[in-house]
Write a protein that binds this ligand. Structure first.
Ligand code: ATP
Ligand code: MG
Length: 282
């Protein structure tokens, strides 16, 4: 059974406004890592807010782990099932000390102390912040703060993690740290839906959904999606730099593969080019 089921989802912000999401339908399987790409204003954050019921469909439905997000009775269960992480870590941290911050949501749920202690320690360890457990949150780097924010979410043991541009405000080191944690959490079984503007991050997902103007433009593996470079450019999106380089070499007549996504794959192709192992047109 799918963990996320979006059926003919339509959403508009006001009675008479334009539809921001236009008849979206897709499923997400348990354990998938789905990246969501789309130009500014295409409706990505609006979509993200459906998954834990911050917003409800105008028509159509969104079902998460069997819970209809539009149903009043689902709300408290939904908040446990779906963890949300946003762009700005400063807006998500609620306490001055790391472990207190991570414990916050459990204190509100009335979890017994022993269990809380264990789960907080596990969540902090899972984001690689154990040595900072008793440190002040305001002294951490952006990447560390975002990792603490993620710990504060996974401490509730969600099945689905929805991240809306979690690395947008971070430096390259912070981005790398957060991506590693997200991938690790996914590998441990949590389903991930991550909105990003970074193509190299999307390339690390199992699947990419490209949203344009409230509609799904492309849905498939990173290899499939990034081979549609022309279509992506037409809606203001890019391909990873390694893929871009392959397109440029193709233009020069070298028959390199266009399915290259990572720097490592790119390196191997360039080795082949330099060793004369790649055919040329003409
Ligand atoms: N609270 C709101 N009230 C009315 N319109 C809104 C509201 N929030 C967003 N919108 C509009 O809905 C559309 C989609 O916005 P949304 O924030 O979902 O896009 P996005 O893809 O997340 O963009 P970005 O890449 O800039 O984060 C935009 O036209 C936006 O102006
Ligand atoms: Mg957004």
């Amino acid at each position: 059974m799918s963990i996320v089921s979006v059926n003919h989802l339509v959403f508009r912000y006001r009675e008479k406004g334009e539809d921001v999401l236009k008849d979206l339908s897709f499923e997400v399987e348990p354990g998938e890592f789905v990246a969501v790409l789309g130009h500014n204003g295409s409706g990505k954050s609006t979509l993200a807010k459906m998954f834990n019921g911050i917003l409800c469909p105008t028509s159509g439905s969104v079902i998460v782990d069997g819970l209809d997000v539009s149903s009043e009775e689902s709300v408290s269960e939904l908040r446990k099932t779906v963890g949300m992480v946003f762009q700005n870590p400063d807006n998500q941290l609620v306490s001055t000390i790391v472990e207190e911050d991570v414990a916050f949501s459990l204190e509100n749920q009335g979890v017994p102390y022993e269990e809380m202690r264990r789960r907080v320690d596990e969540a902090i360890a899972a984001v690689g912040m154990s040595e900072y457990a008793t440190h002040a949150t305001h002294k951490l780097s952006g990447g560390q703060k975002q990792r603490v924010a993620i710990a504060g979410v996974i401490v509730s043991e969600p099945k689905l993690l929805v991240l809306d541009e979690p690395t947008a405000m971070l430096d390259p080191q912070g981005r790398k740290e957060v991506m590693e944690i997200v991938r690790k959490l996914n590998a441990s079984g949590i389903t991930v839906l991550m909105i990003t503007h970074y193509m190299d991050e999307a390339a690390q997902a199992d699947r990419i959904l490209v949203i344009n103007n409230g509609e799904i433009l492309l849905d498939g593996s990173p290899h499939y999606v990034f081979q549609n470079g022309g279509l992506l450019k037409s809606v203001g999106l890019d391909v990873p730099q390694s893929t871009e380089l392959m397109f440029m070499l193709r233009k020069e007549g070298l028959r390199v593969p266009l399915s290259v996504l990572t720097v490592e794959e790119c390196f191997h192709v360039l080795e082949d080019v330099l060793a004369g192992r790649v055919e040329q047109d003409g």
